[in-house]
Design a protein around this ligand. Structure first.
Ligand code: AMP
Ligand code: MN
Ligand code: MN
Ligand code: MN
Length: 295
């Protein structure tokens, strides 16, 4: 007999509730078209897209995991933690994310003030309108500045205006690592260190991060991430094995823009890494729709 077909997991994706291009329902439709079996919606610092995504997943018969990508400050650096299969009704998580949301609005105001100093006037209202009801992010600034013709494309705007040392950059202090892991774990979720190679940490700092992450209750790292090279995958797999962490996989899909990875397009998990979904032997109950998604 043939072995059962491997299920396709994409456990990191964005919607219009943060800096993604598609509404949650459209994202689920695209996940179905891409052949994904289980999708996690992981918007930046918000759970607000879950209900729509869960309903769409139920309608279309695809597995859905309620997730979130939390902004963290560790050793002065911004890191991202993905929380998977979180209970969206967990008060400390909700309150924590509300604090980050307020910080995002305040930061956007300060970013706009700084940009005024280099002659970019009136961007705040434009950016907030673009973000709509979603979390306001640097990506919204990038789109507005690109539309004004101030750079060639979104990536170019980041390089010219929105990264450390550039005119629109504002340093942020996000959640601390221990606290963010506690929010996720408290909500019954799995804490995943997102795209570990993107932080440009030295090997020894990355190992130190893995030690602390694990001590605080982190369980997995993204071994497969949308923009990771084969070398990055190998380095992340090694980190997972060395620190006995599970491997997650997520495209970090945002939309159709050039340069962003495609939904569900990821290589297979390296054979010697235990996938994070081994924690969910009841995968069947995730299809269609995750029961914890609807309050
Ligand atoms: P924020 O959390 O508001 O600081 O925004 C971070 C988001 O900006 C990331 O999740 C990416 O989606 C996007 N981003 C960061 N750096 C770049 C870049 N160099 N080019 C394009 N998008 C970027
Ligand atoms: Mn993003
Ligand atoms: Mn990220
Ligand atoms: Mn992301």
């Amino acid at each position: 007999m043939n072995a059962p077909m491997a299920r396709v997991f994409d456990l990191h994706a964005h919607s219009t509730h943060s800096d993604g291009a598609y509404r949650p329902r459209e994202l689920i439709e695209r996940a179905v078209a891409a052949g994904i079996d289980v999708l996690a919606l992981t918007d930046h610092d918000t759970l607000s897209g879950h209900l729509e995504a869960a309903e769409a997943a139920r309608d279309l018969g695809i597995g859905f995991l309620p997730g979130v990508e939390i902004s963290v400050t560790w050793q002065g650096k911004t890191l991202h933690l993905v929380g998977l299969r979180v209970d969206a009704a967990h008060e400390p998580l909700i309150a924590g994310l509300e604090g980050l949301a307020r910080h995002r609005v305040q930061r956007a105001f300060e970013m706009a003030q700084r940009l005024e100093k280099v002659g970019i006037i009136g961007i705040y209202d434009e950016v907030l309108a673009r973000a709509g009801e979603g979390m306001v992010t640097r990506t919204h600034f990038a789109h507005c500045l690109a539309r004004r013709g101030l750079a060639a494309d979104v990536r170019d705007v980041f390089n010219r205006y929105l990264t450390p040392g550039k005119p629109g950059y504002v340093h942020s202090t996000w959640a601390d690592l221990e606290t963010a892991i506690a929010w996720i774990r408290g909500a019954g979720g799995v804490a995943v260190l997102a795209h570990p190679i993107r932080y440009k940490l030295t090997g020894s700092w990355l190992r130190r991060l893995a030690v602390e992450f694990k001590e605080f209750g982190g369980q997995a790292i993204e071994v497969l991430s949308g923009q990771a090279s084969p070398g990055d995958v190998q380095a992340s797999a090694q980190l997972a094995k060395r620190f006995d962490l599970l491997g997650s996989c997520g495209s970090d899909f945002h939309g159709p823009d050039q340069g962003w990875p495609k939904l569900g397009r990821l290589p297979p998990m390296p054979k010697d890494v235990t996938p994070v979904w081994s924690l969910w032997p009841d995968q069947g109950s995730l299809v269609p729709g995750c029961p914890t998604a609807v309050p």
